[in-house]
Design a protein around this ligand. Sequence first.
Ligand SMILES: [Zn+2]
Length: 327
Amino acid sequence: MTALLPWQNNLWRQIVGRRERMPHALLLSGPQGIGKQHFANHLASALLCQAPQDGHPCGTCRPCRLYSSGNHPDFLAVEPEKRSIMVHQIRELIEFTALTRHFEGAKLVLISPAEALNRHAANSLLKVLEEPPAECIFILISHASGRLPATLRSRCQQLHLAAPPLPMALAWLKEQGCVEEEGRLALEIAEGSPFRALEMLENNRVAQYQDLLKGIHSLISGQEDPLLVAREWKSIGGEWVVPWMLAMTSRLGRHYLLPTRGDDKTDPARAMQKISEGLDLGRLLALYQHCLDTRRLQAAAIPLNEPLLLEGLAIAWAEAGSVRQGS
Ligand SMILES: [Zn+2]
């Protein structure tokens, strides 16, 4: 049985005391890569466990063993098929809630990520939550709970899990075998998200981030063809490039408004400095909006022409730079 992550203990204490009066529906929200799924799994197994210890799952009873092996008959996980959670999946969920329980205790439904529910599925789920079936607990996980219909949110008790403080995240990364300096850099790029930082370190993505910064600098200084740069971004993957770019433009914007001391000598900090020198605030805000729109398109449950989106971004950077050069 996996233990809770060190930064989840406070939230755990908040809800473990309510085991006997658990709400029908919980919405676990917070940024991506901070362990919400981990927390939800721990909670689900604790609620299914027949001999919880201090509120934690015992790990040895039959329900705990069934849960660990992914075969607990009173547990249902609902995840996107391709990009969305569809209405037929909510119909299956309703059938599941109507079945008789195999064990004493609750039946558990875990929906992740809830923002993947398409409109029809969200409406059907809302009807279920308006008249919740007896002995059923719904756990919804969301990286972007603001995108859920307000009616659905209002049916759930919200639990927010924040990114851990830097020293705690860094200590955890070191436990996973990371070197401090690299861990610190990865956490900065991953906006404090430990799992995302770990994934970056394990897949050499820190170097790719540096390449992204170099590519942007070459675009705004007019040294590189946007279509070639967009092709490089395609090989990194839009699911990484766009969030990095969004975080980066947001950080550059903050830097304009609240300049910080120039004592950060890391490579990314120097590259960011060069980029900000090539842009004015108006252009930067327009780029931020462009990145935000692209991110929203990526998150929406629709098929995308990703190379075209990346080309659009590369052209926007090049144009932003040319304005500055021409002024
Ligand atoms: Zn147990």
